[in-house]
Design a protein around this ligand. Structure first.
Ligand SMILES: C[S@@+](CC[C@H](N)C(=O)[O-])C[C@H]1O[C@@H](n2cnc3c(N)ncnc32)[C@H](O)[C@@H]1O
Length: 236
């Protein structure tokens, strides 16, 4: 049975950027591969025209900065609950010259509730969707669909649960963290597992595909899948 101390809320966890930075730096969640895929997509599909990018659950945009440097990005809009992460994102993205917006907003509230006024050529969301309820995930996909230009693309990166039961999935996740994430201290590992236990509600690939299909995304392409990690592309 799980018995770590509880966090108050999800933004408290992501405000402790030290632990998450260690996870990212050691590529435990395949950030390098995921953002490599994004860079590739931009170079292949968006190298000839200025494009508008929406980043949902951006964090501190450390990798995003490297992806956007030397691209034709016209505007970058980031949503995140964590003010601290968005402050870092602002600093990181200083070298990228384009119109920028950093919105401290909840993806399950303001993002879903406001009308889709702006249209984007590319929507990217990495490791944020699993924080939403199933119902909000459905609304999230619909909102992404409505926020895309006709030829636009939504690329989702997230953790997945192919186990069915959340308890079973959590145990697999937890043993992976304790066994393989060796750059983390035991306290760091407790911290990560505590967050995951309290806030992470990943879906299976087939549920994600069904939700996307219902929202109107008829073209779907799996770009990366390893262990508990997925990257998938959605188009109209
Ligand atoms: C695991 S981090 C991922 C950050 C970044 N996209 C990356 O790939 O490293 C998840 C991010 O989603 C944000 N987040 C979680 N739930 C959210 C919500 N309901 N609304 C907005 N942001 C949220 C967190 O603050 C955090 O910065």
């Amino acid at each position: 049975m799980h018995s770590f101390p509880l966090f108050k809320n999800v933004e408290d966890y992501f405000s402790n950027l030290d632990v998450y930075s260690k996870v990212v730096k050691n590529n435990y969640m395949f950030h390098s591969e995921m953002y490599g895929i994004l860079k590739n997509y931009i170079e292949k599909e968006l190298s000839n025209k200025p494009f508008k990018l929406l980043d949902l659950g951006s964090g501190n945009a450390f990798f995003m900065t490297q992806v956007l440097e030397n691209s034709k990005v016209e505007s970058y809009t980031a949503y995140d609950l964590s003010k601290e992460s968005l402050e870092e994102a602002k600093t990181n993205l200083d070298i990228v010259k384009c119109k920028k917006e950093f919105l401290v907003k909840d993806l399950s509230k303001e993002f879903l509730e406001s009308p889709a006024l702006n249209k984007y050529d590319l929507i990217w969301s990495s490791f944020a969707l699993h924080h939403l309820s199933l119902d909000d995930k459905k609304r999230f996909f619909k909102k992404c669909f409505d926020s895309l230009e006709e030829e636009g693309c939504f690329i989702l990166v997230d953790i997945i649960n192919e186990k069915g039961s959340r308890e079973e999935w959590f145990n697999v996740y937890k043993s992976g963290v304790y066994k393989n994430w060796s750059a983390l201290t035991v306290e760091d590992k407790n911290y990560v597992c505590d967050h995951v236990y309290n806030f992470d509600y990943p879906e299976s690939v087939s549920v994600i595909r069904d939700i996307a299909n219902e929202a109107g995304f008829s073209k779907q392409k799996e770009l990366f899948k390893k262990d508990l990690y997925l990257c998938i592309e959605f188009k109209r």
